[in-house]
Design a protein around this ligand. Structure first.
Ligand code: 13P
Length: 254
């Protein structure tokens, strides 16, 4: 059985380096006992140097929450793939809805995904609709988000692409308000269909699809099992060691 992929998006938390180290060490310790799951932690950039030391030789991989599409230059406030890989980051979340809300366009996200994959990272492309209406227009919205990025990718880039479906309306809520697994299964199949249309069946099968949005210990198993996804992108519960390890354990067993 393929390993489940569980990614922690710490967002702009925690505020202190000591706290970041404590959470990371706790996760790392627990992960050593979990089989059947691959774990990636994406902290704020500033914690990377310390966490890279802790991650050395361990099973937990490091990622970041955004990257720019140039190696260096006059780009105030940006961080390049080369800079983050010096601290062992090999994964990058790109196009998260919280960044799109600050003005990132599909075109910008596409450029970032392309460049980041070329630099040897695995890109975790986030897509998700703001809300849902009866007429199902959110499917068109998701198709547009995906195709904008796919148009710049080659088949071989898919080996380093993960798609995280995160409906915005389901982020930052309680477990009961996360997505229904039946609806998730439909969306998973829809994303696979778009991938297949564009790249063909075999290359499309290599792309892992994750769900994100109020993933908690008590809904993780059913989301993975009944939602047809290959793993989870976890926000707030990933800052709580006990909760995150429980999610890992139940998802790995699902
Ligand atoms: P929550 O798990 O806090 O809802 O966050 C989801 C998310 O945005 C992960 O990227």
């Amino acid at each position: 059985m393929a390993q489940k992929l569980i990614i922690a998006n710490w967002k702009m938390f925690p505020t202190k380096p000591a706290e970041a180290k404590r959470i990371f060490s706790g996760i790392q310790k627990g992960v050593s006992k979990v089989r059947g799951a691959q774990t990636v932690v994406c902290p704020p950039y500033v914690f990377l140097p310390e966490l890279a030391k802790l991650a050395k030789g361990g099973k937990v991989k490091l990622g970041v929450q955004d990257l720019f599409y140039e190696e260096s230059g006059a780009f105030t406030g940006q961080v390049s793939p080369a800079m983050a890989s010096a601290y062992k980051a090999t994964w990058a979340i790109l196009g998260h809805s919280e960044r799109r809300a600050l003005g990132e366009s599909n075109e910008l996200v596409g450029r970032k995904v392309r460049y980041t994959i070329q630099q040897g990272y695995t890109a975790v492309l986030c897509v998700g609709e703001r809300g849902r209406s009866e007429d199902g227009e959110y499917y068109t919205f998701i198709r547009t988000e995906l195709e904008a990025v796919f148009s710049g990718l080659r088949r071989k880039d898919l080996e380093r692409l993960v798609i995280a479906y995160e409906p915005i309306w389901a982020i930052g809520k309680r477990a009961e308000e996360a997505m229904q697994t039946r609806d998730l299964m439909e969306m998973t199949l829809f994303i696979k269909k778009i991938l297949t249309e564009r790249f063909g069946r075999k290359p499309a099968e290599r792309v892992r699809i994750l769900y994100g949005g109020s993933v908690k210990p008590n809904n993780a198993a059913e989301l993975v099992h009944e939602g047809g996804v290959d793993g989870l992108l976890v926000g707030s519960a990933s800052l709580d060691v006990r909760q995150f390890l429980e999610i890992l354990n139940v998802a790995a067993a699902a």
